[in-house]
Design a protein around this ligand. Structure first.
Ligand SMILES: [Zn+2]
Length: 78
């Protein structure tokens, strides 16, 4: 029996983590987590890296920083 879709739970997980959702929503998330391993993994990810939602953006920034640094180093040492 599927009451709530994983998509909804994934939307709810950050709220659940911050405890800003209603008691009903909390129970809904907890019930879903108890029987859905995928969402358990998602919740663990949130616990591990909360406030870092877009990993790709950070990686892109790091890439451009690396390019800048290597350019600067090229000037310094060249
Ligand atoms: Zn799920």
């Amino acid at each position: 029996m599927r009451k709530v879709s994983c998509e909804i739970i994934k939307d709810m997980l950050p709220l659940y983590y911050d405890s800003v959702c209603s008691d009903d929503s909390k129970r809904m998330v907890e019930e879903h987590l108890s029987e859905c391993n995928n969402c358990k993994v998602e919740f663990k990810k949130i616990q591990d890296e909360i406030h870092i939602p877009e990993k790709s953006i950070i990686e892109n920034r790091t890439d451009s920083n690396v390019i800048k640094i290597s350019l600067l180093r090229g000037k310094d040492y060249g």
